[in-house]
Ligand binder design. Structure first.
Ligand code: IMP
Length: 207
């Protein structure tokens, strides 16, 4: 069943708008964690899945309603999957996109495979002890370029050059994610893919 309302375990205004736009047509209203004074959960785990599940359970327990959480980051196989779940604080605290990007370039020295992907995992629990959470994942494949390019986006976008995985994908070649129009990025990113999966799974459950 599609819950008539759920709590988004995030205070990111951009994510809230995206989730609202996609879930409203399903009759599902999205509330923000900050509106209910719910503190952010710890993210101590090694996988996006475990962190998203912990965040969803935490928010659902405190709010007493279904909760949706996401966790995302950049994975570089040549670095053992790093920055991975440490993406936001790869170069330590305080968090800095510029220092994270500089450290990534330093570690990904010449000769290493520059393939990478952005990953996003979404978890929806109907209650804190839900034994069967709904999980949706998105992967956006690409490669890490040699020097940052572009002013758009955030995080590792200036270093990430997406590769098209289908002939019909609107991926302009040779541009980093920070050089893409926001509407293009939002249509093809890891978050978009995970959200599409979530909506499809919700529609399937309502059948
Ligand atoms: P969060 O899951 O939204 O908190 O993202 C964790 C971290 O992953 C961010 O702080 C960024 O460093 C990185 N990240 C996640 N998604 C993106 C993206 O779309 N572009 C660039 N960096 C991202």
């Amino acid at each position: 069943m599609i819950p008539p309302q759920l709590l988004l375990a995030s205070n990111n205004a951009g994510k809230l708008a995206e989730f609202r736009a996609l879930l409203a047509p399903l009759g599902c209203a999205v509330l923000a964690q900050g509106d209910l004074q719910i503190p952010e959960a710890a993210e101590p785990f090694d996988t996006f899945l475990e962190n998203a599940l912990a965040k969803a359970r935490h928010a659902s327990a405190l709010a007493g309603m279904p909760a949706l959480a996401d966790d995302s980051g950049l994975c570089v196989p040549a670095l053992g999957g790093a920055p991975g779940v440490q993406s936001a604080r790869y170069a330590g605290e305080p968090r800095s996109d510029a220092r994270n990007n500089a450290l990534l370039l330093e570690r990904l020295h010449a000769g290493l495979d520059r393939s990478a992907w952005f990953a996003c995992t979404l978890v929806l629990v109907n209650h804190p002890e839900d034994p069967d959470p709904l999980v949706a994942q998105g992967r956006w494949p690409g490669r890490i370029v040699e020097a940052p390019r572009g002013d758009g986006g955030f995080g590792y976008d200036p270093l990430f050059e997406p590769v098209a995985t289908s002939l019909f994908e609107p991926v302009p070649s040779g541009l980093t994610a920070a050089q893409l129009a926001p509407a293009v990025k939002n249509a093809i990113s890891h978050r978009a893919l995970a959200l599409q999966g979530l909506v499809a799974a919700l529609r399937g459950r309502s059948a």
